[in-house]
Ligand binder design. Structure first.
Ligand SMILES: *Cc1c(COP(=O)(O)O)cnc(C)c1O
Length: 732
């Protein structure tokens, strides 16, 4: 019999008596009445801290496991849908009540710390972080891919490091699309409504309870936006949306789709984000010391800051305003290709900016348009958000060392003739990922046991971390990995065929999913956007050679794929269809699987369970890449082209490289060489190393590599390291 604190017993007894005092809640906050001793479930559900802290997700899963999956791990939805009976039953489960209580205390303690002061940033003058998307958790479907996940991880690390930071973004009514693969292998898209009453978002209101609104201009009218607050640990994230009765139907949809809509919609979206975002922060009395433009989408905010400056400094001119704005703003670029940057036609842009706004900047329309051109004198050039950002910020950076160099080349043309690459003022901060979000709970338990509850702090100290990892017994690491692989296999079988939901999926339609995948087989994961440069087809270059690996009776290989093609990308969809249609008289059917609807949840199962994480981008187009970092943190071995982060991470034992570091210009020749290298490394290095066992039945060599990956890559590519770098090298 377990012992409980007298306090717990007291709250249990009071579960009933206080119920009558429960006041009627407004519709917005409607959910089941919680028994008194489970009331803190609501507090926990309102802060995304639960999504990464050990034990957080378990609390909701344990409440009602099937419903939890049905609600797609959304605590607010769960608390809305759960049966009253179940709640009362759990209120008598002493273990459970104690667990909830402890987690609520952990959250309270976490939130009670005061932010540190660092350089210019302090609680009164925080860093204001702007991004068009945030991938915090699946239950806030407000991201499309890498950029959003990176922004989410940035906020979580800023929270853990207790850095004064406030974040601004947009709330998309229909989020990003959900992917379904039709029977012919063609990708189909669905957009689901996002109901604010089901998200952990609070309406932002003023002193009298009225919604705080801001507006931006388009074609002679004002578009209003309201704000929502999401709490990411200690960090406040404000999301703006235009779905308001004050707006016309068209304008209500401006924040409808992430990266959707026509050019004007995009311009106004970016105005709401940049200009509306600054106005919103001002209404909340924020005086940020630094504005961080994470990608160019928010670059209009620099114009709003200039307008503010000129309003308070009546005798100043625009050049003085630029200097004042630059002093406050920093910019991170994420795209290694010109086409990846927003460029708006001048006539569309001018329809979205009133002449009053331009006049308030004390410049002519031509001077205004020139701000967004690489060559200010070229009237044929459109208005680019990256040139604007580069002009208006004091610091610019790419997201890996290589990407810094590539970005300097790309924007060299904005600088005087004769400028060399190394003179272009664009530096780099390599991306990282949030360890507590991406490391499997089982591995966290092992870290807690061997390293201690403060393992996330040790993780910030590379030598100490390496030593700690070395101390963990090989067998323990390996057994944990095998369990995680079993979980992955079970997840794959669930996803591919489910009698319960009646879903069947093209290549995954199998009579018997019990034969699908095998946890003893070398498992390779490949999940990423389906974009041409990611070379989804490289693996299939020589199908016969590939199937020989898959069919090997002693040392087979199996593959798990996932990824979305952009809705308008027919070439990408064709690539997917080709993959789905590999129908061969071989073991391929049981050893290759495509998981639909790649998202954070799918990503977690994959990066936590595979042996090898493959990445074959066209150089140098992987600005950084982060999924491989997530896999490395779980002991997965990267098997990748030397591009983006992997150039910095690879040390010959902590993973595998494909092809050469430097290649020529003949893309067909490079593809052929890389494919050859891919097969050779698989056949001659990966497969033998994985299946080689020592006298204890352990793949000692493989485990040595896993530990090396855990030891070297976890600290170097954690978002704690990244955010600290931003603090020390960029924000100050
Ligand atoms: C991490 C992640 C990404 C970004 O990974 P890349 O390596 O840049 O492709 C994209 N989508 C999801 C769902 C992720 O979890």
């Amino acid at each position: 019999m377990k012992e409980f604190s007298s306090e717990t017993l007291k709250t249990m007894q009071s579960a009933v008596s206080l119920q009558t005092e429960q006041s009627l809640k407004t519709d917005f906050y409607y959910q089941r009445e919680l028994p008194e001793n489970l009331k803190s479930l609501e507090t926990i559900a309102w802060n995304y801290f639960w999504s990464w802290e050990t034990g957080g997700a378990d609390i909701f899963r344990e409440l009602e496991p099937t419903l939890w999956e049905k609600c797609e791990q959304n605590p607010r939805l769960l608390l809305k849908k759960i049966k009253q009976l179940r709640l009362w039953q759990k209120s008598t489960d002493f273990d459970y009540v104690e667990k909830v209580k402890r987690f609520a205390e952990k959250l309270e303690n976490y939130l009670s710390q005061q932010p540190i002061s660092a350089g210019r940033a302090s609680a009164d003058n925080p860093i204001a972080y702007f991004c068009a998307e945030y991938g915090v958790h699946n239950s806030l479907p407000n991201y499309s891919g890498g950029l959003g996940i990176l922004a989410g991880d940035h906020l979580k690390s800023a929270s853990d490091l207790n850095i004064p930071l406030v974040a601004v973004g947009l709330l998309y009514r229909y989020g990003y699309f959900r992917q379904k693969i039709a029977h012919d292998g063609w990708q189909e898209e669905r957009y689901l409504d996002v109901f604010d009453s089901e998200l952990a978002l609070k309406p932002v209101t003023g002193e009298n309870g009225e919604r705080i609104l801001v507006s931006v201009h388009i074609r002679g009218r004002e578009v209003f936006a309201q704000g929502w607050l999401a709490e990411i640990g200690r960090i406040k994230l404000y999301l703006l949306d235009t779905n308001l009765p004050q707006n016309s139907d068209v304008d209500r949809l401006i924040t409808g789709h992430l990266y959707g809509g026509d050019t004007e919609t995009r311009i106004v979206q970016e105005k709401v984000l940049g200009i509306g975002g600054v106005r919103f922060l001002r209404k909340l009395n924020y005086q940020p010391s630094v504005f961080h433009l994470n990608e160019g989408h928010s670059a209009f905010l620099t114009l709003e800051l200039a307008r503010e400056f000129l309003q308070t400094n009546e005798s100043a001119d625009f050049n003085e305003a630029i200097n004042a704005v630059r002093e406050q703003c920093v910019f991170t670029t994420h795209t290694p290709v010109e086409a990846g940057n927003d460029v708006f036609p001048i006539e569309k842009l001018s329809a979205c900016f009133s002449s009053d706004f331009v006049e308030s900047l004390k410049i002519s329309p031509e001077e205004f348009f020139a701000l967004g051109r690489t060559n200010p004198d070229d009237e044929k050039e459109g208005f680019g958000m990256t040139p604007l950002a580069l002009r208006m910020t004091r610091s610019a950076n790419g997201v890996s060392e290589k990407h810094g160099e590539v970005s300097r080349d790309l924007w060299l043309k904005m600088f005087p003739e004769g400028t060399e690459n190394e003179d272009v003022p664009i530096t780099h901060i390599t991306n990282g990922v949030h360890a507590p979000t991406w490391i499997a709970p089982l591995l966290k338990t092992i870290y807690e046991k061997h390293i201690g509850a403060r393992w996330t702090e040790i993780l910030r100290d590379e030598p100490a971390w390496r030593e700690a990892i070395e101390r963990i017994p090989d067998a323990e690491i390996w057994n944990a990995h095998l369990v995680l692989k079993q979980i992955l296999v079970a997840f794959i079988r669930n996803k591919t065929f489910s009698k319960e939901t009646g879903t069947q999926h093209t290549i995954n339609e199998r009579e018997d999913t019990g034969k699908l995948f095998d946890a003893n087989v070398l498992t390779i994961g490949f999940a990423r956007r389906v974009a041409a440069y990611k070379r989804w087809n490289l693996l299939m270059t020589d199908l016969e050679r590939l199937l020989k690996l898959v069919d090997d009776s002693e040392r087979p290989v199996q593959f798990v794929f996932a990824g979305k093609a952009h809705p308008q990308d027919r070439v990408g969809k064709q690539l997917l269809q080709n993959l789905m249609s590999i129908n061969h008289d071989s073991n391929w059917q049981n050893r290759a699987v495509f998981i639909e609807d790649y998202d954070q949840e799918v990503a977690r199962y994959l990066v936590q369970g595979v042996d090898v994480w493959m990445n074959v981008p066209r150089r140098p187009l992987e600005a950084s890449g982060t999924s491989g970092q997530k896999s490395a943190m779980n002991g997965g071995l990267n098997f990748s082209i030397l591009d983006g982060w992997w150039i910095e991470g690879y040390n010959e034992t902590n993973g595998f490289s494909i092809g050469e570091l430097n290649v020529g210009d003949d893309q067909d020749a490079i593809d052929a060489e890389d494919a050859e290298s891919l097969y050779q490394v698989l056949e001659n290095e990966i497969v033998p190393a994985f299946y080689e066992k020592d006298e204890n039945g352990l793949p000692a060599n493989w485990i040595r590599r896993m530990k090396d990956a855990l030891a070297t890559l976890t600290p170097q590519f954690s978002s704690d390291r990244m955010v600290k770098d931003y603090l020390e090298k960029i924000y100050r």
